[in-house]
Design a binder for this molecule. Sequence first.
Ligand SMILES: *Cc1c(COP(=O)(O)O)cnc(C)c1O
Length: 233
Amino acid sequence: MNDIESRLLAIKEQIASHARQTGRQPEQIKLLAVSKTKPAEAIQAAYQAGQRLFGESYVQEAVTKVQYLKNIPDYADIEWHFIGPLQSNKTLLVAENFDWIPSIEREKIAQRLNEQRPAHLPALNICIQVNISGEQTKSGITADEVFGLAGIISNFPRLKLRGLMTIAENTDDLNIVRDNFLQMQELYNRLKNQYPSVDTLSMGMTDDMAVAIECGSTMVRIGTAIFGSREYK
Ligand SMILES: *Cc1c(COP(=O)(O)O)cnc(C)c1O
């Protein structure tokens, strides 16, 4: 068994055990493997171990890997999520190559994606990114702005509103993290009541996965614990 395979199995076991401890079913929590900065071979290794959902953050790097792997028939059923910040001059590449964009925070970007999503592909799955901690360095909109943007997205025929995504405050204090995630859970439940297509609360990374699952996350985004630490050039 290779490193990636054994780490992936360990993460899946942790997800299952956190779920059971909080009275949830393990199947209620999807695992997004975050492969940014990692080579296509790492994605292939995770795929061989059964992983199908992958997340990328940098457009150029991501599109190179997606197109390379889409050309190999074995990998055709990967579900690609673009989880990074998206500028308007890059929306076409993302609309053509990805299945999900969980990092939407602006109407203009949503509008361009709606116009550019190719007709032969299904509607693009969208989550709104919420800056729940209010840190200035973080992407995302405030909780108050969510319903306005959700209303706009839900009217775009080539987009499908699936839910919310957040990154908790950058702190070792899990009580602060839990407070962030509980606010997200409350917001998510209100959104879900209003929009039947909403079924995804994306929160929890390598360091705060357990708290996120406790607070109702339906999708954890894990990079380091699967692929090892990242090196930036
Ligand atoms: C990089 C990244 C992750 C993965 O973080 P790890 O701490 O390596 O698990 C998750 N979500 C987003 C939005 C990211 O950019």
